[in-house]
Design a protein around this ligand. Structure first.
Ligand code: NAD
Length: 504
């Protein structure tokens, strides 16, 4: 029987909110290609119901004590910890990534819950006493109200957790619109948060497509929008929500480069390139999709990458032997394949061609969204495979003669999410950190995703808005500053008297 995923509004699943659209989208198991689930698509009225529930809840949550918020977050953390396996299994069933990788996703989301548990410390204000005679000045931060989050398919649990735990810890209430391709994990997180004692309406989940998103972007009671997804939609979200007077952070797509200098440990660099390019079938915004080989190391590096890539075991995510799963949809698989089939005509050398891959030892997976690993060498910078974010298991290798040429190449990309350098030369690595135009830099670390207490975010077309996500930027994004200047006259003094001038 097909499972149904409903909205979560006011602390409970909602089958038919007022004005229900009555439309559903299919959710597919990418490993088998079978539709397993129907997800409700929200109408404008259903989104309004979720925002109304969040607004009602804000009346008391916004002024709830830090101790209460923190206690509920600790309880949520314990429940999440106890349900890691279950959430990872939900991710694998709808996204397709292998179970161990899904567990890693849950762990990285949990890090942000850890951060939110410590909200008592993060929201400590600043106080200056006696800035003038008997005058004190305090800087405090207060919540915004109802905030919305719109998230992508590739991290159905982690990216929502980049947003709602911290937003809620700061005193806001939240409406989440997760990806319609793998919606179950988000609802399970909301159930667990409710079980932890979160009052009804503080976290709401509405499912759907552009109709739901557009309503959130224009709703007068939504004060801020966090978005993570592709660059064209991120740009649209930023423009539209800003025009509607909302605070926005919109994280977009990427083309992450790994610069390998001639002095690097090439075995370590090849291990890192294969892990970072093909992990989660390349469907990670921090995946390495372009390796830039400097000097004469190109042939040796490509041989080492090829040797390792050929060993990767592809199969369904629930088989512990699998290292790489399928892609999210058949249409996306076909798009990814088109970059490989068109690569030679645009000047690349096709070292590994993963198109047409079938899973031999799992007959139930014959109709899954499979593709093997592809490796393209000497990729021209004007080819589609280099210019576009492919978001699949396709690694491009480019060759340059010098460090400076490599840096210029990386800096000419419109994207600026993550980048990495592999070298034994500390001076070169230091220069790279300062010269490269990207928001997150790894030195001998291929996927430099910041830990929870530092912020995550790219530059250029990888992020629209001024705030990165989580860490200190997260707390700042989800609160607004206020400065209070106080004078309490000494009881022994008389009135100060009228003075029309500025204090001198
Ligand atoms: P997407 O942009 O297609 O969808 C993201 C969200 O926007 C979904 O909830 C979707 O329903 C909604 N949406 C899609 N089209 C819309 C439209 N026309 N109007 C309004 N809303 C719309 O992204 P995706 O395919 O789900 O995710 C993959 C993309 O996300 C990749 O580009 C990847 O790089 C990016 N990503 C970026 C980061 C980051 O931190 N920078 C992290 C994860 C994923």
């Amino acid at each position: 029987m097909t499972k149904i995923v409903n909205h979560w509004i006011g602390g409970k699943p909602v089958e038919n909110a007022a004005g229900a659209s009555g439309t559903y989208g299919p959710v597919t198991d990418p490993a088998t290609g079978a539709v397993t689930t129907k997800v409700a698509f929200a109408s404008v009225e259903e989104v309004d119901a979720a925002v109304a529930a969040a607004k009602d809840a804000y009346a008391s949550w916004g002024t709830s004590s830090l101790a209460k918020r923190s206690a509920i977050l600790f309880a949520f953390r314990a429940l999440l910890d106890a349900h890691r396996d279950e959430i990872a299994a939900l991710i694998t069933a709808e996204h397709g990534k292998v179970h161990s990788d899904a567990l890693g996703e849950v762990a990285r989301g949990l890090e942000i819950v850890d951060l939110a548990c410590g909200i008592t410390v993060q929201l400590k204000g600043e106080l200056s006493t006696e800035v003038a005679s008997r005058v004190d000045v305090a800087s405090i931060r207060q919540p915004l109200g109802v905030v919305a989050g719109i998230t992508p398919f590739n991290f159905p649990a982690m990216v929502p957790m980049w947003m709602f735990p911290l937003a809620i810890a700061c005193g806001n209430t939240f409406v989440l619109k997760p990806s319609e391709k793998d919606p179950s994990a988000a609802v399970r997180l909301a159930e667990l948060f409710a079980q932890a004692g979160l009052p009804d309406g503080v976290l709401n989940v509405v499912h759907g497509d552009k109709v739901a998103v557009d309503r959130l972007l224009e709703h007068p009671d939504v004060k801020a929008v966090s978005f993570v997804g592709s660059t064209p939609i991120a740009r649209y979200i930023h423009t539209t929500a800003s025009a509607n007077g909302k605070r926005v952070q919109a994280l977009g797509g990427a083309k992450n480069h790994m610069l390998v200098l001639p002095d690097a440990d090439l075995d370590a660099a090849a291990d890192a390139a294969v892990s970072a390019a093909y992990g989660s079938a390349g469907e990670r915004c921090m995946a390495i999709s372009a390796v830039v080989a400097v000097g004469a190391i190109g042939d040796e590096l490509v041989a080492k990458i090829r040797e390792r890539a050929e060993q990767i075991k592809i199969g369904p995510g629930n088989d512990p032997a699998s290292e790489m799963g399928p892609l999210i949809t058949a249409a996306h698989r076909d798009k990814v394949a088109s970059y490989v089939t068109g690569a030679a005509a645009q000047g690349s050398e096709v070292v590994l061609d993963g198109t047409g891959y079938t899973v031999e030892d799992h007959p139930e997976c014959a109709d899954g969204h499979w593709i093997g690993l592809s490796l393209l060498d000497k990729v021209p910078t004007d080819s589609d495979a280099y210019r576009d974010e492919i978001f699949g298991p396709v690694l491009c290798v480019l060759r340059v003669d010098t460090y400076d040429e490599g840096v210029a190449l990386i800096n000419s990309s419109p994207f600026g999410n993550g980048t990495a350098i592999f070298t034994r030369d500390g001076g070169a690595a230091r220069r790279f950190q300062l010269e490269i135009e990207a928001g997150m830099v790894g030195v001998n670390v291929p996927i430099p995703v910041p830990v929870g207490y530092h912020s995550f975010g790219g530059w250029k077309d990888s992020l629209f808005g001024d705030h990165h996500i989580y860490g200190n930027d997260g707390t700042h994004f989800y609160t607004r500053g206020k400065v209070v200047t106080t004078r309490w006259p000494d009881p022994s003094e008389g009135p100060a008297g009228v003075d029309l001038g500025f204090p001198r």
